[in-house]
Design a protein around this ligand. Structure first.
Ligand SMILES: NC(=O)c1ccc[n+]([C@@H]2O[C@H](COP(=O)([O-])OP(=O)(O)OC[C@H]3O[C@@H](n4cnc5c(N)ncnc54)[C@H](OP(=O)(O)O)[C@@H]3O)[C@@H](O)[C@H]2O)c1
Length: 243
């Protein structure tokens, strides 16, 4: 039997997900680095193993259920259990293009939801049997403050003008999913929370972002490693974000 705790992080071949894997491995987890491209996954996992960390790669495209099922089957054989699931994979085409809601195509809207919302739902459903085998499982959904209707409707916040409909609303929907699963899974002692990493320097966040990936990874790592984590919360480094 595998005695170390096991964490799976989606979209982890780069950016914040990669750093979450690194930090969880440093916290003595067996950290499973998941990504949609086998070569990128392999290279990223090798980089972390070269640092002496217990990291294994697995190919998992959150928009392709067959790859999620295959990854769950592999985890079952390797470890028989999953302690932490970080749903980190996410996309936005609108930050680069600045697309206005009225110019958004149905295709772009659906594509964003496929990854940021339906992808998370599919991964949770397939990983639940493994999470239920853990004594203290956690699901961490990487959301964004841009998913907060309370924040977006307040002209006094700096987020007010970031009016990107597909991304923002996909994270709002993700927050609804967090709440729904947190209620259902309380009986299984599985904590389910939404997090915001802050504005982080990555391919998505751009070089203009003030935070580095270590800072961006911190809230997810905290929820993954703390005793008695909360559930049904929407959190960043500073505390609770209004829904
Ligand atoms: N950066 C910020 O300022 C910021 C702020 C708030 C929230 N967030 C959230 O934090 C998370 C990570 O963002 P990031 O800044 O690290 O972005 P990033 O550097 O663009 O990385 C995104 C990761 O998601 C992966 N991904 C995309 N589609 C996928 C799919 N279908 N299946 C599996 N993996 C997929 C990407 O893989 P490929 O390399 O194959 O494309 C990549 O590994 C996202 O959910 C994002 O919405 C970020």
């Amino acid at each position: 039997m595998h005695t170390k705790k096991v964490a799976l992080v989606t979209g982890a071949n780069k950016g914040i997900g990669f750093e979450i894997v690194r930090q969880l491995a440093k916290h003595n987890f067996t950290a499973v680095l998941a990504g949609r491209d086998a070569k990128r996954v392999d290279e990223a996992a090798k980089r972390l193993r070269a640092e002496g960390l217990d990291v294994v790669g697995v190919t998992l495209d959150v928009t392709d259920v067959a790859t999620i099922v295959a990854a769950a089957g592999w985890l079952t054989k390797q470890f028989g259990r999953l302690d932490v699931l970080v749903n980190n994979a996410g996309i936005s085409s609108e930050f680069a293009t600045g697309t206005k809601p009225s110019d958004l195509t149905m295709d772009a809207l659906r594509t964003t939801y496929d990854t940021n919302f339906f992808g998370v739902f599919a991964v949770i459903q397939q990983m639940l049997p493994l999470l239920r085998k853990s004594a203290s499982a956690r699901i961490i959904n990487q959301s964004s403050t841009l998913g907060s209707l309370g924040v977006l409707s307040d002209p006094a916040t700096p987020y007010y003008g970031t009016n990107v409909l597909a991304y923002n609303s996909s994270k709002t929907a993700l927050n609804a999913l967090t709440l729904a699963f947190s209620k259902e899974l309380a009986a299984d002692h599985i904590a389910v929370n939404s997090t915001c990493p802050g504005w982080v320097k990555t391919d998505m966040g751009s070089d203009a972002a003030p935070r580095n990936v270590e800072q961006g990874a911190a809230i997810a790592v905290k929820l993954a490693t703390m005793d008695n984590p909360p559930s049904g919360k929407y959190l960043d480094d500073a505390g609770e974000i209004q829904w």
